[in-house]
Write a protein that binds this ligand. Structure first.
Ligand SMILES: Cc1cc2nc3c(=O)[nH]c(=O)nc-3n(C[C@H](O)[C@H](O)[C@H](O)COP(=O)(O)O)c2cc1C
Length: 405
């Protein structure tokens, strides 16, 4: 996707996608005029997040209130970090948010700092356009006595740099590479203090909840996956871009209604970012919510969806992605170095049509045995690719691309 824009699901009253400001940030004055930046109390905010059932938008979908509470219950001093690195190559929503509505993120970060009792707040970024929009927004921020200062930490872009322990390590002056866990950042993060690392969209959603309440948040979406989410629809669809959508519609509906439908038939789908692996066309029938996407063998992840055209060979696509995993590995854990190479080599043989008879069984096995290994979940992504490919390649449906009308 060369250009990203944002629009909302037809008929939806947008929560995050407001202002229609194109590539220009909404200033603080415009946010205040739009009624999206009024002071709110943070007293019961964590309870509100629990009632809203807000889940992290960085990929794992972890309940926000549990992490916020764990940091608040840790010993002072505490730190909050807005993670806007957006390492996932098929996702643009964090960049959109930071470029167009930096104050929504800063607001969420300051509310998080107040709610968990943090005295340090950091915005962690790498993409140049987000650095300049956030820098400008920080200049506009009035200085309020007693309120925590917001720092900017700019890091060299790479996939693992957005992983939460890499985030803390980089802020601590080290390389932006993951650390073994435990301890997790909520126990021991920046400067060894309890640290809340939260995706920038999660923070913007939290700020919306603080202002509008949990009930209003739950008015859209499903009871198990309430609210709206920013999704990046890309690949073979007519209007690739960033969209705000409610949970609960099918993936096919989202592509049709937001992105104008398929542009080149369908040969497969990468949903939830590259991390969740590859699926066949039947995934378009699955409901876009946490449970249904997982049940369908994929996931909501960070909300990025790449549609593969009918003439794209799945074997070639997955071989390319697997090689990317080899290149992006932090090279710190033996199991990751060896595992990513083994997966990439095997998928490459598939792509050339010269895989051994037991190759599929190997990929299926790695799809489960390599999960949860290494210092971070990076290898899980490569394992997901191997496991999901091994499933769809044996299914008749997948390998019968749907022709374009
Ligand atoms: C390899 C890897 C890369 C990640 N990259 C990002 C990223 O770029 N941005 C992000 O918000 N979360 C990323 N995460 C997830 C973070 O570790 C963390 O869970 C997230 O920032 C927490 O925010 P949330 O609870 O609001 O989702 C990554 C995780 C892994 C394993």
């Amino acid at each position: 996707m060369t250009e990203h824009f944002a629009d909302v699901y037809p008929g939806l009253t947008p929560r995050l996608v407001i202002g229609k400001s194109g590539s220009r940030s909404l200033s603080l004055r415009e946010e205040i005029a739009a009624g999206t930046y009024a002071p709110v109390a943070t007293g019961a905010l964590i309870d509100q997040l629990e009632q809203a059932d807000l889940r992290g938008r960085g990929g794992s979908g972890f309940p926000a209130h549990r992490k916020w509470r764990a940091v608040r219950d840790g010993a002072a001093p505490r730190v909050v970090v807005a993670n806007g690195e957006e390492g996932e190559p098929s996702s643009f929503k964090d960049r959109w948010l930071l470029t167009n509505r930096p104050h929504a993120v800063i607001d969420g970060l300051l509310l998080a700092a107040a709610a968990v009792g943090a005295d340090r707040a950091v915005i962690y970024l790498s993409h140049p356009e987000t650095v300049s929009s956030v820098r400008q927004a920080l200049v506009e921020l009035p200085s309020i006595p007693g309120r925590v200062e917001v720092e900017l930490h700019v890091v060299q872009h790479r996939y693992v740099a957005g992983e939460e322990s890499a985030v803390c390590r980089s802020i601590n002056g080290g390389p932006a590479l993951p650390l073994a866990k435990p301890p997790r950042p909520f126990e021991c993060g920046v400067d060894g203090h309890p640290t809340l690392v939260s995706n920038v969209e999660t923070l913007a959603q939290a700020a919306w909840i603080a202002r509008n309440g949990a009930d209003a948040y739950r008015a859209l979406g499903t009871s198990a996956s309430p609210g709206t989410m920013l999704v990046t629809l890309g690949g073979a669809c007519r209007r690739p871009g960033v969209y705000e959508v409610p949970y609960g519609l099918t993936l096919g509906q989202l592509i049709e209604d937001c992105a104008g439908g398929l542009s080149n038939g369908i040969g497969g789908v990468l949903a939830g970012g590259w991390f969740m692996g590859v699926a066949d066309a039947s995934l378009l029938e699955a409901t876009w919510c946490y449970d249904a996407m997982r049940a369908a063998g994929s996931g909501v992840g960070c909300g990025a969806v790449t549609v593969l055209g009918h003439d794209e060979r799945i074997e070639e696509v997955v071989a390319r992605l697997a090689r990317w995993y080899v290149e992006e590995s932090a090279q710190q854990c033996g199991v990751c170095v060896k595992g990513t190479v083994a997966i990439a080599d095997t998928l490459e043989l598939f792509s050339r049509g010269s895989a051994e008879p037991d190759a599929l069984a190997k990929l299926a096995r790695w799809g489960t045995t390599l999960q949860g290994r290494g210092a971070c979940a990076f290898l899980d992504g490569a394992a997901n690719l191997a496991g999901t490919f091994s499933k769809i390649i044996t299914s008749d449906r997948t390998m019968q691309p749907v022709a374009v009308e």
